[in-house]
Design a protein around this ligand. Structure first.
Ligand code: ADP
Ligand code: MG
Length: 682
């Protein structure tokens, strides 16, 4: 479990944004604008080069904490307060969110309950009970409401609606969340003096607990990552604790809440695709899209269940490192097990009807007003955008369009300098004026353009991979079930094995796509270039056309510090491209390695006498999906991936080519990691 034990990204109330649920660790922000891109509320303000969180605009969804590679965003820590409560006079109840099986994979529920008791919690209660109460309250409320009702279990969605779609506030079902419902039930059963600490996958709950409409019920909110930190801090070894059961009140189908559509299932709604009276939306993009279009008078749905995360088990307070599918399975497995154990009455929405579950949602308008058109034009002109054709809408600043960004500039949220094309042009002009060699700058620009592309490729790859993982998981699951049912039908068993093997292969491919998307770290080791070349030739040119001669020119003692597997991938791609360019021709492919002209660098190259490339093609080859090969043969990913890997090695890759003569791809790499800092290649 060690891998999951990294400390939670929490702050103890330091810095200027100490009252915020989420704040910036000043000095760490490197202005990549990724948080702006990921922020559904556009609640980031740039000040002195640092992306700060604007508390009034923030919906505390926690996306920025997850996406910031510099760990420059943190959420408020609940550890100190929890320890204080545990050390106090009053008994403290742990309210455990129903997604806990997706976090504590290594434990069964009883061991987790035992460990929480060891921490000092007097009661340990499933928040799924509160979810059951909420389901019943929804059922009572819905018949009396007009138009679509919006489920109000996701606090980030509720905040979003209050601030950015206030016309929908009256559609929110005025019922508290499962967290508050559970706290009320705990107080009803064990007494008002009991203090409550909620623990779950959600950062937005930290905000909800202070909401004046429901404040005073929950004393502190911890994310599951914080709960792990707490165990670690108190020296509690999880698998050495005594088993114990959750305390009443008991939970039923509310345990399904963390699943996408789980709320509806818990309410007994079957999703009928042809008559979608109940609609489930999940993930911030889909949620924003749907909420942005709803007028509130729609007749197509009686209930809409929006979740800002893709299932609560994907929340920002979960430890990283597990796939969505695995998490979902863990929750499902727990519910199944409880259903097997429990009685019928466990599954019916239950609970004390005297507990008040109503609450009020108050609009909190934060939409940015459009400035007068003349003002907008003036702001756009500041970054050389004089007509619509100058508005590139490249998204590099984090805003979808130049106009959207101009509105943010008007309101003091964004700065002119966030416009990448404008800044590059400005830098070019400065170089020209100072007579600096701006050709080098052009090179920098083309690198930047390529890295932008890589970022979007990475995001897309991650998106596709996540989407594919779920159906693949289902295929594997059913293949397993079928295999069990088959008995001794050997003829079909083979087909099923093939189905499983191929699905596993897809999962591995997806895994490597995700690795690429995450731009995995390089593991540098000293390698002989001769050996790298030899291996590449053996794997990628073994079945070549006999007309092709291969020559390796490198001294046996030339060494370079690289990630062996990654560099092999680069060389394989280059050798394959060379062989493909020489199809139907005769000639040589030559792999060369030598010391580079810059101190401490080596140059590797792969040359062919193939078809060569036009100048236009040469400008495109590092762009993802650029290929001149037929469908099924080319993916257009070989060179972009090579580019990404070489960049991660602080190296350079470029090409010289002439149509009909041949192509050489060059790679320059720092020989040792110590050289990286001095290298001017970056
Ligand atoms: P793919 O090989 O799948 O097409 P790559 O990213 O490896 O994708 O290459 C992109 C394109 O660059 C190729 O389709 C081809 O047009 C061009 N290319 C790459 N290497 C060579 C080469 N050695 N000679 C000629 N063209 C090449
Ligand atoms: Mg290729």
């Amino acid at each position: 479990m060690k891998g999951l034990m990294n400390a939670a990204p929490v702050h103890e109330g330091r810095g200027e944004e100490s009252g915020n649920v989420i704040s910036t660790v000043l000095g760490k922000c490197r202005r990549c604008f990724t948080c702006v891109r990921a922020c559904p509320a556009k609640a980031i303000r740039f000040e002195q080069g640092q992306a700060r969180v604007v508390e009034e605009r923030c919906i505390a969804c926690g996306n920025c904490v997850v996406v910031c590679a510099q760990h420059a965003k943190e959420y408020r820590s609940g550890l100190e307060k929890t320890l204080e409560l545990l050390g106090g006079e009053q008994p403290v109840a742990a309210l455990v969110a129903p997604s806990f099986p997706a976090e504590f994979f290594e434990l069964d529920a009883q061991r987790l309950v035992g460990a929480l008791r060891k921490l000092g919690f007097a009661y340990v209660v499933e928040v799924a009970h509160g979810a059951d109460l909420v389901s019943a309250a929804y059922q009572r409320q819905m018949p009396h409401r007009k138009g679509p009702c919006i489920a109000s279990a996701c606090p980030a969605v509720n905040e979003y609606i209050r601030k950015y779609a206030p016309h929908l506030v009256e559609k929110l079902i005025p019922v508290v969340s499962p967290m508050i419902a559970t706290a009320r039930a705990v107080h009803a059963v064990y007494g008002e003096h009991v203090r409550c600490v909620f623990m779950g996958p959600c950062v937005a709950k930290k905000r909800e607990a202070w909401d004046p409409q429901v404040a005073g019920e929950v004393d502190e909110v911890l994310t599951f990552r914080e709960v792990r930190s707490l165990f670690e801090r108190q020296g509690i070894v999880l698998d050495q604790q005594q088993d114990s059961d959750f305390d009443p009140p008991r939970a039923g189908l509310g345990r399904l809440y963390p699943l996408v559509g789980g709320l509806l299932k818990a309410m007994g709604h079957e999703r009928n695709l042809l008559q979608p009276e109940a609609i489930v939306i999940s993930g911030h993009q889909e949620t924003l899209e749907v909420l942005g279009k709803l007028s509130g008078d729609e007749s197509f749905a009686s209930l809409i269940e929006p979740l800002m995360c893709r299932g609560c088990y994907s929340g920002p307070g979960m430890s990283p490192g597990r796939q969505r599918f695995e998490r979902k399975q863990a929750v499902v497995a727990y519910v199944r097990e409880q259903m097997k154990r429990g009685s019928e009455q466990d599954l019916a929405p239950s609970g004390d009807e005297s507990i008040s579950l109503s609450r009020v949602f108050v609009p909190d308008e934060r939409r940015l007003a459009e400035p007068p058109e003349a003002e907008l034009r003036r702001i756009l002109a500041q970054t050389n955008k004089f007509s619509p054709s100058d508005e590139l809408n490249c998204g590099a600043c984090g805003y979808a369009t130049c106009r959207e960004k101009a509105v943010a500039v008007y309101h003091g949220l964004a700065e002119d300098a966030m416009c990448l094309p404008f800044m590059l042009e400005a830098a070019e002009r400065v170089c020209e004026e100072l007579k600096l060699p701006w050709l080098e700058l052009r090179e920098v620009q083309s690198h930047l353009v390529n890295s932008e592309k890589l970022v979007s490729l990475g995001q897309m790859a991650a998106g596709i991979a996540h989407e594919l993982n779920n159906p693949l998981g289902t295929i594997l699951l059913y293949a397993g079930i079928l295999r069990k049912k088959l008995g001794n039908r050997e003829d079909l068993r083979h087909d099923l094995d093939l189905l499983s093997d191929e699905s596993q292969r897809c999962k591995r491919i997806i895994g490597s796509l995700l690795d690429f998307a995450r731009q995995n770290r390089v593991k540098l080791e000293s390698e002989k270039v001769a050996r790298l070349f030899r291996d590449a030739v053996e794997t990628s040119l073994a079945n070549r056309d006999p007309n092709l001669q291969v020559r390796v020119e490198v001294s046996d003692d030339l060494q370079v510090e690289v990630d062996r597997d990654q560099l092999r991938q680069v060389l394989d791609n280059l050798c394959k491209n060379a062989a493909e360019a020489m199809e139907g021709r005769q000639g040589h492919i030559v792999l060369r390695g030598r010391d580079g002209p810059r101190e401490g660098t080596v140059i590797l190259s792969v040359s062919d006498q193939g078809c060569g490339m036009s100048k236009e093609a040469q400008d495109m080859i590092f762009q993802p999906f650029f290929t001149t090969k037929r469908i099924g043969k080319g993916t257009g990913l070989g060179l972009p991936i090579a580019y990404g890997i070489i960049k991660m090695h602080h190296g350079r890759i470029w090409v010289e080519s002439e149509i009909g003569v041949g192509t050489t791809v060059f790679i320059e790499l720092p020989r040792h990691r110590a050289q990286v800092a001095r290298s001017v290649i970056e």
